[in-house]
Design a protein around this ligand. Sequence first.
Ligand SMILES: [Zn+2]
Length: 341
Amino acid sequence: MKNGIEIFFQNLGDADSIFVRTWKNDIPTNILIDGGYRKDADQVSTFVGERLLETGSDQIDHLVCSHCHDDHAGGLVELVNERHFRIGQAWVRDLRGDRSVLSLSRVSQLSMSQAKLVLEKLERSEKTRIELLEGLEKYYPDTIISEPFYGEEIGPLIVLGPTYEFFQQQYSKFDDRAFVTQLEARYQKRNQLAASSSTEKPLGDYVSPENEVSTILAYPFNEDGNEKVYMLTADAGREGLNDVIYRYGSALKNVRWLQVPHHGSRRNLDEQIIAKLAPETCFISCAGNIKHPSVKLVNKLKHYGTVYSTHYCVDSNSWLRQSAGKVFNLSITPATPLYEK
Ligand SMILES: [Zn+2]
């Protein structure tokens, strides 16, 4: 009888699409978390089709949007519009109407602060969010749309964060002129310079509020009599992760498997968080460029366990897989751990 979890990490460069298949007494639950960029939609769709076929299903039981940045939500918009699969339940934060993050006053504030790039990025995310929600409502009228906030359960996955309060607190940073100026300067610098080496910079730095509110998920699993946790983090930063660690405390001490947040950026984890989580196995979805993954971060994680990255996959159509428990025996090639010095 199958009981356990399989996590598939697609190789899309600095973008996420993760397929999770859990088993309980031989019954599978199929979960898709993010869909990469819009351009990745065909690859994601083919991949999901293959995974569903393995269990004779045509339904994604849970479709999860971790946050609305292009590299996570873009492909989901395409996938929803293509309508290849049935969708049981969709998980997207609905920030339309009076919950919109782009109130008239905020937009005019950001314009006045000359925060052009910050505003553009926010507007793009919100456009993606609306397209995704409207696509779901139009093509999947029977699909329940829920919001992935703390306390919810996405099938067998637990939403650790963000809380609604944390979410609001993060977005209120866009009303802080000093913060917005700092973020705008960073975006400008990123646009001007070719990526410079980040090896000398320390781990841990601020990240955008939109990344901080990424959905953080956990799958608790009993392995050899020990309660272990599998943890998915999308692009969450230190504030989001510390909020979760604060609320869950010792329940997160046995992290068997961790998705390294934000494509292995040096900004999203620091020594304290790594020491608290002490993950046995880490997966990174990244392009393998000068910033992603951060060599310093990888070396730090290697003190605790083994680190794998999608950029070590043999080709763009391949993927990484982690499994636990009694699940499908897919005869696949073992992945090579990262060896950067
Ligand atoms: Zn991302």
